[in-house]
Design a protein around this ligand. Structure first.
Ligand SMILES: NC(=O)c1ccc[n+]([C@@H]2O[C@H](COP(=O)([O-])OP(=O)(O)OC[C@H]3O[C@@H](n4cnc5c(N)ncnc54)[C@H](OP(=O)(O)O)[C@@H]3O)[C@@H](O)[C@H]2O)c1
Length: 278
């Protein structure tokens, strides 16, 4: 029988492409979405493939337990995630909790629920979708998102060593910018209030992110990397950046002292017109 793959966050973007890519490659795909009644784009993209839509909200423990029990996955791709902006002083507590509930506790809950079955079968693959932000120093406004992704990255690294003796491989991909709805979805969630003292910084960061997204690559690149991570049993590392921009960003930080790194960042978001070491 073909291996079963459970992918979270498949209504759009990287999750949708990943689910379809795995189905094309011969997996029995269970595509997790929060609202199956709003999954027409996914259903259209998956026409004729072995792909079923499963209701799955990663912040709802009952939904996670039911989806994993119904699908008994050999492969879990923990992809669902949200963006979040906010200053440390003014970010609403609910927003801070939501980004961790989704990107860390939620992302991890699906993996935790799938592990007993994988362990009893003596095989399994877990792929988590992190972010290049999990490989870079903290930045204003995006630090909460980055912190949730850093947390997931170290959890994945820990799990990789814990699970290896049971025949379970764990990989985390850390993508740079890819053209998905993540920015629009974040903006829609924000209520536009608060943060007045930090508004100029917030606007500068939002513009920098929007410019990067406008120039971003096809999310199919990430879906293909997920497929590689699952298929490559021997050479794929536990953590891998995805995208030239991610590789460049991490390489550019390497060896920079604190002041040069801060200066470089200010220039990148248009907050400092002075000269900086490139
Ligand atoms: N695009 C990028 O540049 C980029 C870069 C680095 C990392 N990533 C990561 O890639 C992953 C996918 O993001 P994307 O870019 O494809 O953005 P996206 O198009 O906004 O997709 C996010 C997906 O996650 C789902 N989701 C959000 N909260 C959920 C929850 N509580 N339970 C289940 N599903 C939930 C969304 O479902 P709904 O439709 O129900 O909201 C949607 O299907 C995220 O983890 C993101 O952090 C993206």
């Amino acid at each position: 029988m073909k291996p079963a793959a459970l992918v979270t966050g498949c209504s759009s973007g990287i999750g949708l492409r990943t689910a379809v890519t795995l189905a094309r490659d011969g997996y029995r795909v269970h595509a997790g979405v929060r609202s199956p009644e709003r999954a027409d784009t996914l259903r259209d993209a998956a026409a004729g493939l072995d792909l079923s839509v499963v209701r799955l909200d990663v912040t709802d423990p009952d939904s996670v337990a039911a989806a994993v029990a119904a699908t008994a996955p050999d492969v879990v791709v923990s992809n669902a995630g949200i963006g979040m902006f906010g200053a440390v002083e003014t970010i609403p507590d609910a927003d801070l909790r939501l980004v961790f509930d989704t990107n860390f506790f939620g992302a991890l809950s699906v993996v935790r629920a799938a592990l007993p079955g994988m362990r009893s079968r003596g095989r399994g693959v877990v792929v988590t979708v992190g972010s290049v932000d999990a490989c870079l120093p903290g930045r204003p406004m995006t630090w909460a998102y980055a912190a949730s992704k850093h947390a997931m990255g170290v959890a994945s690294e820990g799990l990789a060593l814990e699970a290896e003796p049971f025949g379970i491989r764990v990989r985390q991909l850390d993508p740079g910018f890819f053209a998905t709805s993540i920015l629009d979805n974040r903006r829609q969630r924000e209520n536009g209030t608060g943060d007045l003292a930090y508004a100029p910084l917030r606007d500068a960061m939002d513009s920098a992110v929007a410019a990067a997204v406008a120039d971003a690559g096809d999310p199919q690149v990430v879906a293909d990397a997920v497929l590689d991570a699952i298929a490559d049993e021997h050479t794929f590392p536990v953590r891998r950046l995805v995208g030239g921009d991610a590789e460049q960003a991490v390489a550019a930080e390497r060896g920079l002292d604190e002041a040069s790194a801060a200066q470089r960042w200010k220039q990148a978001v248009g907050l400092d017109q002075g000269s900086a070491d490139e």
